[in-house]
Design a protein around this ligand. Structure first.
Ligand code: ATP
Length: 376
C-alpha cells in the first residue's frame, strides 16, 4: 500500500457495491486528479450517491478498493479520510447559531473554544456569511443555509469535498448564483470537489471531469467539452441533450465514407475513418448536433437524399439565442433542430409545416455501443 501523499487524488479500482440482490455499482474504475472539480452525472438510481458515500466511508464496497492521496482508505472511518460530505438537505442543527453550526465539527475533534470560533468566522467570511454568524438557521434563506452547510463542511480542511445534489433545493436564480460560488470556492481552495447531480447543464458548467453514469456503470468520463461535443455512446448523446441520435444498417463503404440505410429508408453518409472498423450489415449509431442541422422549407419530393430527413414541425420553442424546432416523422426517435434566432425569424416555420433537416458528413459523430445492457 502506498503512503498517503496528502493529496485529494482519488482512485476507484474495480469497485462493486451490492445491496442484497441489487447491483448498485458495477465494477467501476475511475481516477479523479487532485484539485479537480468532478461531477458524477446520471439519472436517479444510477449509483452516484453510493459512490460518493463509499468515498466518504459511509458505505463499504462489496469488492474493489478506493485510495485517497495514494492511501487505501478501506479500513479508515469517515473522520480519518480527509473528506467532508455536504448533504442536499444541509442538515443544520436548528438549536445552534450559525457560528456554532460551523464550528461543530471542530468541537467533535476537541479543538479549544476560541480557536473554534475564530476558524468558524474565517469559514463564514469565505462563504460571505459574516453578518449572519449569530443568527439561528430558521432565520436564514435556503441559499444562506447552504452557505453555512458549506462552511461547516470545509472547516476541517478536507482534501476532498463531497457534495450530494447541493443545488437541487434552490430556486433557479439562487441555483445559478450558488453554482458560480461553488466553482469559485473550488478554484480558491484548490481541493478536490466531487459533486453528484442529475442535471446536465450543472455538470458541464462546473466540472473539469464529467462522469456520466448509467445503471451502476460509467458510460464516459471526460472533460465537459468532450462529453458534450463527442459523446461516447447513444446513452451519453441522449443524456447530454443537444444531439440527435440516429442509426442505420451499413450498406457499403466508399472511399472515406460509409453509406447506411436508416429504419425509415433514409440514407446516411458517415465518415469511415474514426472509431472501430465496421462491417456490412452492422447497425451503426451516430449523432448530429442540433445546432449543426440546417432546416429548409421545401420538401424532398419523395426521393431519399443522403443526410436529409423530411418531417413535420411538431413544436416551436423560442429559447432566446436560438429556436428549438421539434420534428415528427423524421426518424424513429425525437428529432430536434436548434436554429439561430436570426435564421429562424428570417424564415419562420410553424406547427404542421413540412420541412427538410440536413447536415454534412463532417457534422456526423460516430458512437460506440452503450456499456450498460439494454438501453439503446
Ligand atoms: P438519486 O439521484 O436518486 O440519489 P443515485 O444515482 O444517487 O440516485 P444511489 O442512491 O446510489 O443512486 O442508488 C443506487 C441504487 O442502489 C438504487 O437502486 C437504490 O435504490 C439502491 N440503494 C441505495 N442505497 C441503498 C441501501 N442502503 N439499501 C438498499 N438499496 C440501496
Amino acid at each position: 500500500m502506498a503512503d498517503n501523499d496528502g493529496s485529494g487524488r482519488i482512485e476507484i479500482q474495480n469497485v462493486t457495491k451490492r445491496f442484497g440482490s441489487l447491483l448498485a455499482v458495477d465494477d467501476v474504475s475511475l481516477e479523479i486528479p487532485h484539485g479537480s472539480y468532478c461531477c458524477l452525472l446520471g439519472p436517479s438510481g444510477c449509483g452516484k450517491t453510493t459512490i460518493l458515500r463509499m468515498i466518504a466511508g459511509h458505505e463499504t464496497p462489496t469488492s474493489g478498493a478506493i485510495t485517497i492521496g495514494g492511501q487505501d482508505v478501506g479500513g479508515l472511518p469517515p473522520v480519518r479520510r480527509g473528506t467532508a460530505l455536504m448533504f442536499q438537505s444541509y442538515a443544520l442543527f436548528p438549536h445552534l447559531t450559525v457560528r456554532d453550526n460551523v464550528a461543530f465539527n471542530l468541537k467533535m475533534r476537541g479543538v479549544a473554544k476560541e480557536e473554534r470560533a475564530s476558524r468558524a468566522d474565517e469559514m463564514l467570511a469565505l462563504v460571505h456569511m459574516t453578518p449572519f454568524a449569530d443568527r439561528m438557521p430558521a432565520q436564514l434563506s435556503g441559499g444562506q443555509q447552504q452557505r453555512v452547510a458549506l462552511a461547516r463542511a470545509l472547516i476541517t480542511n478536507p482534501r476532498v469535498l463531497l457534495l450530494d445534489e447541493p443545488l437541487s433545493a434552490l430556486d433557479e436564480f439562487l441555483r445559478l448564483k450558488m453554482r458560480s460560488e461553488l466553482k469559485r470556492l473550488q478554484a480558491d481552495l484548490g481541493i478536490t470537489f466531487i459533486h453528484v447531480t442529475h442535471t446536465q447543464p450543472e455538470a458541464i458548467a462546473l466540472a473539469d471531469l464529467v462522469v456520466v453514469m448509467n445503471q451502476g456503470i460509467i458510460e464516459q468520463a471526460a472533460s465537459a467539452r468532450d462529453v458534450y461535443a463527442f459523446p461516447r455512446s447513444p446513452y451519453v448523446a441522449r443524456f447530454m441533450a443537444g444531439h440527435n441520435v440516429l442509426h442505420g444498417r451499413l450498406l457499403a463503404s466508399v472511399a472515406e465514407t460509409h453509406l447506411l440505410e436508416g429504419p425509415t429508408g433514409a440514407r446516411y453518409r458517415i465518415p469511415a475513418t474514426a472509431g472501430t472498423p465496421r462491417r456490412t450489415g452492422e447497425q451503426v449509431f451516430f449523432s448530429v448536433r442540433r445546432d449543426l442541422i440546417r432546416l429548409t422549407r421545401e420538401e424532398t419530393g419523395g426521393e431519399a437524399v443522403e443526410n436529409a430527413l423530411q418531417g413535420t414541425v411538431e413544436a416551436v420553442e423560442y429559447q432566446g439565442t436560438y429556436v428549438k424546432v421539434t420534428l415528427a416523422g423524421a426518424s424513429d426517435e425525437e428529432f430536434i433542430v436548434n436554429e439561430p434566432e436570426h435564421a429562424y425569424f428570417t424564415h419562420p416555420v410553424h406547427r404542421g409545416d413540412t420541412v427538410v433537416a440536413s447536415w454534412g458528413v463532417e457534422d456526423v459523430h460516430l458512437l460506440e455501443e452503450d456499456r450498460a445492457a439494454g438501453t439503446k
